[in-house]
Design a protein around this ligand. Structure first.
Ligand code: TZP
Ligand code: MG
Length: 213
């Protein structure tokens, strides 16, 4: 566990997440655009479409990703990850627990787990996960959530508690603050809004996030 996930990013620190409804593009189209810009591991996230539609979209996105040499993680749905032979799954606190997902997907699958507090992150560190995600780091409009932003100090405390376990930061991250987020201890940053928000040039934004300094 662990090393496959970090290795998949090469020298980059961007873990992009698709959003059909913000981007206006299919999941497969987003995978192509992201990979053309240099992203190598991409999460497919679908909160609005029914499973039958997400399954079909995920299947074609995985097919495209295989040709490009990119890895695909499916948000929430272990069944869809298994059915489309994705590289792994990203689970929330209310999804199937990581140990059950591990039994279904096997030892090679990448399994990530979302946490929102230091205590949840400590518990996640005891689970069979390849990475722990913490967020929101900053306020965000992409996800309605009862969880308060953990901030850079909270992120640094989670980093300290997790030791070497790969840590993903999410929520309100942009090309302006990515440097501070990595400095506070994140290995990679997961981003939706700064990539896909309307009136922004996604290619430029993706490249800025991939090449931040
Ligand atoms: N989990 C915590 S914040 C968030 C998720 C899925 C949304 C992050 O999106 P953005 O648009 O990059 O702030
Ligand atoms: Mg979820």
């Amino acid at each position: 566990m662990g090393s496959n996930f970090i290795q998949a990013f090469g020298s980059t620190h961007l873990y992009p997440i698709t959003d059909q409804h913000i981007s206006g593009l299919s999941h497969a189209e987003q995978v192509v655009l992201l990979n053309n810009c240099g992203a190598t591991l991409i999460q497919l996230r679908e909160k609005l479409d029914p499973p039958v539609k997400f399954f079909e979209q995920a299947e074609s996105a995985v097919r495209v990703a295989r040709d490009l040499g990119a890895k695909i993680i499916i948000n929430d749905r272990v069944d869809i990850a298994l059915a489309v032979k994705a590289d792994g799954v990203h689970l929330g606190q209310e999804d199937l627990p990581p140990d059950a997902a591990r039994r279904i997907l096997g030892s090679e699958a990448i399994i990530g787990f979302s946490t929102h507090t230091l205590n949840q992150a400590r518990l996640a560190a005891q689970m069979p996960v390849d990475y722990v995600a913490i967020g929101p780091i900053f306020s965000t409009t992409t996800k309605q959530s009862a969880n308060a932003p953990v901030g850079l100090d909270g992120l640094a405390r989670v980093r300290e508690a997790l030791g070497a376990i790969p840590l993903v930061a999410i929520g309100g991250i942009t090309s302006e603050n990515i440097g501070a987020v990595i400095k506070a201890g994140a290995d990679v940053v997961a981003v939706i809004g700064d990539i896909w928000a309307p009136a922004k040039d996604s290619r430029v934004r993706i490249k800025r996030l991939l090449n931040y300094s």
